[in-house]
Design a binder for this molecule. Structure first.
Ligand code: SF4
Length: 456
């Protein structure tokens, strides 16, 4: 069965093999298509709020503050102020007379109560409409309290989720360059675009430690304000994910001359490649030797179990729909390592170049989709008859309603999927979902041909 696609959406969908991939993307969502994307404000909040010793205050109605730690579980090794969700809870009276006084009062009270290292104040739709002067209130409170108080211009209506990433990067950039860089090693990096879900950044930091490389700042998983203030002293920005923090890396390159490399920590191939690219940058034979040894020992540890999963999963089909297309590249390769084929792949915020690169690594017939909606995803999953769907909280019910296995690879996940050990966790989850006995009891279109069981 082929999907019924809205006329205006057709150019955002491509089937590999039809023609060169000239997919339309990076545009506002189509009204009426019920996009899977969140708003600008949510985009900025995703990026900033893992900074664990900062105060995060949402200036707007209480409903905007729904994106809390509970559904976006970025972990912190120390302070956990980011787990508290604050809102100015604007009411009708504030909309008529303005919310600046309420905002000022909330900031003064919260800073006195929680002693944060900095405060981020998020602008929501209604604040953009009534015209509260966030900049002025923040400046005033900053002078009074002595901590950085930073407005985030993230009004929900002013673009798509990518605009939220940009607003977050601009806000963070105001902190960069305000700390002391005196003791930073020449072999040093910042980690950008990892949000420490299920402790993944600790795993990655440990790889860099074993390579002999200092990590100056996590931006932003398990992030600290003081680290971000001095991160302009690092020699290299290591940027994961195509959208969320690339703007910050660009601004740091322009102002401080810090180069960046794009990486991915998902899947064995991309994880190893990422470590080698960082090692390459420093042109130090000792770092390269340590990296080789690290990659060798990590792969050796996971391959026997991965091989058994591969034997059980060979020939199965997967669909992938994620936030940034960069993760999708790694997932296509990770599934290939498991002997599986990705039959549909899409993202909320991919660029033309991202999709062309995806078209280059996927098999003929694979559907590539930008900014999809539930109806499209449902019909693609049915058409391709996949065994597992990889996505986030909004994609999960689509899979379950179809009787298809699901793997959470978004900000809600509780199991580390990054790094070599993360690939093993991913394989275990795919294996147990695809071959679960539950599919005997729910209406699934294609029952597994054989119940391959692998014991770890
Ligand atoms: S779209 Fe506007 S009102 Fe809705 S959550 Fe985003 S900022 Fe709030």
């Amino acid at each position: 069965m082929q999907a019924a696609i809205l006329e205006e959406r057709k150019e955002q969908i491509h089937r590999i093999g039809d023609a060169p991939c000239e997919i339309a993307c990076d545009k506002d969502s189509l009204a009426g298509a019920v996009s899977q994307r969140a708003c600008v404000f949510c985009g900025s909040r995703v990026v900033l709020y893992p900074i664990a010793d900062a105060l995060h205050l949402v200036h707007g109605p209480i409903g905007c503050a729904v994106y809390t730690w509970d559904i976006r579980g970025a972990l912190s090794f120390g302070p956990e102020l980011h787990r508290l969700s604050f809102s100015t809870d604007l009411q009708v009276r504030d909309i008529i007379f303005g919310g600046e006084k309420k905002l000022r009062g909330a900031l003064i009270e919260l800073i006195a109560r929680h002693s944060p290292k900095a405060a981020f104040v998020y602008s929501t739709c209604i604040v953009g409409i009534i015209g509260d002067d966030l900049e002025a209130v923040c400046r005033e409170v900053e002078a009074e309290t002595g901590i950085p108080v930073i407005p985030v211009q993230s009004e929900g209506f002013k673009g798509n989720k990518r605009a939220g990433y940009q607003a977050a990067c601009k806000a963070m950039f105001r902190l960069v360059g305000t700390g002391d860089t005196g003791t930073i090693s020449p072999h040093s990096i910042n980690i950008l675009g990892d949000f420490n879900l299920a402790g993944e950044i600790w795993l990655v930091r440990d790889y860099f430690r074993r390579m002999g490389i200092e990590v100056v700042a996590n931006i932003t998983g398990d992030g600290r304000v003081d680290d971000i203030r001095r991160c302009h002293g690092a020699a290299l920005n290591v940027v994961q994910c195509s959208g969320s923090t690339m703007d910050l890396a660009r601004m740091m390159e322009e102002k401080y001359g810090i180069p960046s490399v794009r990486v991915s920590y998902f899947g064995i191939e991309d994880m190893a490649d990422s470590l080698y690219r960082v090692a390459d940058h420093f042109r130090d034979p000792l770092i390269m030797a340590r990296t080789r040894e690290l990659v060798r020992s990590e792969i050796e540890a996971v391959m026997p179990e991965l091989t058994r999963y591969r034997e059980a999963l060979a020939g199965r089909k997967a669909a992938v729909y994620v936030g940034g297309a960069f993760k999708a590249f790694s997932l296509v390769k990770a599934f290939r390592l498991l002997g599986m084929q990705v039959a549909m792949v899409g993202s909320q915020t991919g660029t033309r170049e991202d999709y062309q690169e995806l078209a280059g690594i996927c098999d003929p017939g694979t559907i590539i989709v930008d900014d999809a909606n539930p109806l499209e995803l449902t019909s693609f999953l049915e058409e391709k008859s996949v065994d597992i769907f990889v996505g986030g909280v909004k994609e999960r019910p689509i899979a379950y309603k179809l009787g298809v296995g699901f793997c959470d690879h978004n900000h809600e996940r509780k199991i580390a999927m990054a790094g070599f050990a993360g690939m093993l966790n991913f394989a275990r989850e795919v294996h147990s979902s695809v071959l679960s006995p539950v599919w005997r009891f729910v209406p699934r279109r294609h029952a597994p041909a054989q119940q391959g069981e692998v014991r770890s």
